[in-house]
Design a protein around this ligand. Structure first.
Ligand SMILES: [Zn+2]
Length: 349
């Protein structure tokens, strides 16, 4: 990391500032001679793999380039940018992996580090897997693994997610999972935060920090518990990126809805990850009209208002609003995948 900072300093000093109109435009030196000089300079007395110097040069350039872009847009000042991503990817040729042991070359042919993953607590979870990238941070080594998985659609269920419940439909049956805990956690901490408003700033700040980390941890715990219930089958969700309109329409409890949206997206991500690990695909459908369309005949009921029951003006269907929505999500899934759950395109070919 020391080298990275030194190289960044060097590049920063080499910048040519040219006047253009009223502004000074920075030009970063990139010519081959300059680069070679820089590299050679840092390789003098460098016993470690050359790769680390090359990688540092690359990162210093990318830091400066992105600073230059921001500067030209007027979003950054004339000050040297600070390094944000302080890590190095270890080049593939610098390590080997056999029988659970990673061997990383530090100084070519002289010094290496061996890490026996068989000793690690997670060994049984990764024993069968391929090693992925190794990433070196200043105080830790991040080991990634690759798992090749064929994801299949199995026992699918479509979910309509609301503030307090998730309502599922699998083509035959309805089911519900309570999300009340998510709501309660936010509400509890909202109240806690309100009660400390009048405390002195320093105390308040300290407590706020404590509350927010506790809230986060509790939420994580709850989300993982819910995700666990969903992890042994294909789940069909609404793509919540366009969930915003839904949020904006209800002014009351807006904060809670905003929070919840964030939690639901996190939940979907956790589920998606768990499913992929178990070999199942997660499906997202367009949320447009899922709550206002009749799931039986397709009639679009514009004036739903806040009613808890959906009544179709065309075919007369009367159904719980959330159950109607989950059926619509189910229907969208069928349109995407066909009745035999095969991808649409596959049949046509
Ligand atoms: Zn209808």
């Amino acid at each position: 990391m020391y080298v990275l900072n030194a190289i960044l300093d060097e590049l920063w000093r080499s910048i040519l500032w040219k006047k253009k109109g009223k502004r000074l435009i920075p030009y970063i030196r990139k010519d081959r001679t300059f680069r070679k000089e820089l590299r050679d300079k840092y390789l003098v007395g460098w016993n470690y793999s050359k790769h680390y110097v090359d990688s540092a040069i690359k990162q210093a350039y990318s830091t400066l380039n992105s600073w230059r872009k921001r500067y030209l847009k007027g979003k950054a000042g004339k000050r040297k940018p600070i390094l944000k991503r302080k890590f190095v990817r270890i080049k593939e040729t610098l390590y080997s992996y056999h029988n659970g042991i990673i061997k990383i070359s530090v100084k070519p042919f002289k010094e290496s580090i061996s890490i026996d993953l068989k000793e690690a607590w997670f060994w049984d979870r990764i024993a069968e897997l391929e090693l992925g990238e190794l990433i070196l941070k200043h105080d830790m080594l991040i080991i990634t693994v690759r798992k090749e998985a064929k994801l299949e659609v199995k026992n699918p269920v479509a979910w309509d997610i609301n503030l307090l419940t998730m309502d599922g439909f699998d083509g035959k049956n309805d089911c519900t999972i309570s999300l009340k805990k998510i709501y309660t956690i936010h509400r509890t901490y909202e109240l806690k935060r309100q009660t400390i408003q009048k405390l002195p700033d320093k105390t308040k700040k300290k407590l706020m920090k404590k509350y927010s980390s506790r809230e986060k941890n509790k939420m994580k715990d709850v989300l993982h518990k819910i995700a666990k219930k969903l992890s042994n089958r294909t789940n069909v969700f609404e793509d919540l990126k366009s969930f915003k309109e839904k949020v904006a329409r209800t002014k009351s409890r807006r904060m809670n809805r905003q929070n919840s949206k964030h939690d639901y997206i996190t939940l979907q991500k956790i589920v998606e990850y768990k499913l992929a690990w178990n070999g199942y695909v997660t499906i997202y459908v367009n949320p447009k009209g899922t709550s206002k369309t009749c799931s039986k005949c397709g009639y679009y009921n514009k004036d739903l208002k806040g009613a808890g029951t959906f009544k179709c003006l065309r075919c007369g269907l009367t159904i719980d609003r959330q159950k109607n929505a989950s059926r619509n999500i189910w229907n969208a899934f069928l349109r995407m995948w066909g009745n035999g759950f095969t991808p649409k395109g596959a049949q046509a070919q």
